[in-house]
Design a protein around this ligand. Structure first.
Ligand code: SAH
Ligand code: SF4
Ligand code: F3S
Length: 415
């Protein structure tokens, strides 16, 4: 029986696409192997959001060259955001690659129809479901719109059917994915919104929870906020990246909102959804960012206190507006210093927020077992571990929180 191996880096969208590619291999009778050297078919699903992701992808690909030389019948495919429109150039530079296809596209060896319906046979308790591809925003630093193209929404009925099928196969939680889920539906004939999709999905029996990411501060509507507040199955957990705390930097980033707009939006969300957990992305060392402007980011995070913050040092991406127009003028050591300051601040804030859960009883959806302990997540997306003899996979349990830290919580079953 032939073996396949898929290597994936990057965002949830890449993970979702790799799961779907894997499901088609399984259907054809291929078996998964974690060891690339034993595979008959290797797929690399790449990311280029920052230089280090790109370097990892290119190294991985270079390392496959001797393997292909020793076994010419080995098939190598590359997808993800490393693949740009100039596939001819990539083919010339990497002649040992058999297939190159852009992120989200149908693998060239598959049937289009099957690809559109590809779903894992045995999906995980919590599964990613892409609802909108691409991005129309062109933030100055970001390469994603150049690699994933303009926004294309999947029809509402198609997403609902797919989630129903996933639930039939065992999924209990879905995370709806898009670079900007607030744009969902604007390109469809009847212009459904994310709020409409959430309303339809909550009607599916056996589906316990719905999450979605990423929201954009310039596009998140009052109607969506009220819908999240009203629907029980929708997790009170919002990813709303601010990226920077200075209005000048936000303008240079072309984000389309001011800090005042952002603060107002967070206020509105917290008023409508008092127990909301908020997650954020920050870039430090964007071109021209001064120490005073960086301090504004620190002040904003101290003031608004987010549950989770992903921090990245600015990495120029060739072709983007920032890379074309602005010199990468914050030195690497200074970027690193700023990154560490925010990391330490955020670790403290997250630890404090999590400590507030001590002694409380919280509902957790159990995803599986690791090193003898069950693990799952709260609606607010906090990872919780607990021990128990019963099988809890896919079930909602009530756990009393016995210890907390910045990365995870420990609990006991409350019977
Ligand atoms: N669509 C989402 C996510 C885009 S990529 C959004 O709008 O937030 C994920 C994160 O990577 C971004 O939020 C940003 O913080 C970071 N990122 C994107 N381009 C980057 C770059 N050139 N350098 C450093 N970080 C970057
Ligand atoms: Fe990139 Fe901005 Fe689009 Fe997010 S919204 S994918 S950061 S261009
Ligand atoms: Fe990376 Fe592409 Fe996602 S660049 S972060 S894999 S959209």
């Amino acid at each position: 029986m032939p073996n396949y191996h898929i290597w994936t880096i990057g965002c949830q969208m890449n993970k979702a696409e790799s799961e779907r590619i894997a499901s088609l291999f399984e259907r054809k009778g291929y078996r998964h192997t974690p060891n690339a050297a034993q595979a008959d078919f290797i797929v690399l699903n790449t990311c280029v959001v920052r230089q280090n992701a790109e370097d990892r992808a290119v190294n991985k690909l270079r390392n496959l060259k001797p393997l292909k030389k020793s076994r010419p019948d080995l098939k190598i495919a590359v997808t993800g955001c490393w693949v740009d429109s100039n596939t001819e150039r990539l083919k010339t530079n990497f002649p040992y690659v058999d297939y190159l296809f852009k992120a989200g596209d149908c693998p060239p060896w598959e049937d289009r129809n099957e690809w559109s319906q590809a779903l894992p046979e045995q999906p995980q308790v919590s599964t990613y479901v892409p609802i909108i591809q691409g991005c129309n925003n062109f933030c100055a630093y970001c390469i994603v719109p150049y690699r994933r193209g303009r926004e294309r929404s999947r029809p509402l009925s198609e997403v609902v059917c797919e989630v129903k099928e996933l639930v039939k196969r065992g999924t209990r939680e879905v995370t709806l994915l898009g670079q900007n889920v607030d744009s969902y539906g604007h390109d469809l004939p009847d212009k459904p919104e994310l709020a409409d999709l959430l309303t339809e999905l909550t009607k599916i029996d056996g589906l316990y929870r719905i999450r979605f990411l990423t929201n954009h501060p310039k596009d998140m509507s009052k109607r969506l906020i009220q819908t999240i507040a009203r629907l029980d199955k929708v997790c009170k957990n919002i990813t709303l990246p601010v990226q920077a705390g200075s209005n000048e930097i936000l303008k240079a980033m072309r984000r389309g909102y001011t800090i005042e707009d952002y603060r107002r939006l967070i206020g509105e969300i917290r008023l409508e959804i008092p127990d909301v957990a908020l997650s954020n992305d920050i870039i430090v060392g964007f071109p021209t960012e001064t120490i005073a402007q960086f301090q504004q980011t620190v002040d904003l995070l101290t003031e608004l206190r987010f549950d989770v913050v992903h921090i990245a040092a600015y990495s120029p991406r060739s072709g983007t507006i920032a890379a074309r127009k602005l010199a990468d003028d914050v030195p690497p050591d200074e970027k690193k210093r700023r990154l560490l300051i925010i990391e330490q601040l955020q670790e403290k804030i997250t630890a404090e927020i999590n400590a507030g859960l001590m002694g409380k009883t919280i509902e957790v959806l159990v995803e599986g077992k690791e090193k003898g302990k069950w693990y799952g997540r709260t609606g607010s997306d906090k990872l919780v571990f607990f021990s128990d003899n019963a099988n809890h996979t896919g079930k909602l349990v009530h756990l009393k929180i016995e210890s907390t830290g910045p990365w995870s919580l420990q609990g006991t079953v409350n019977r």
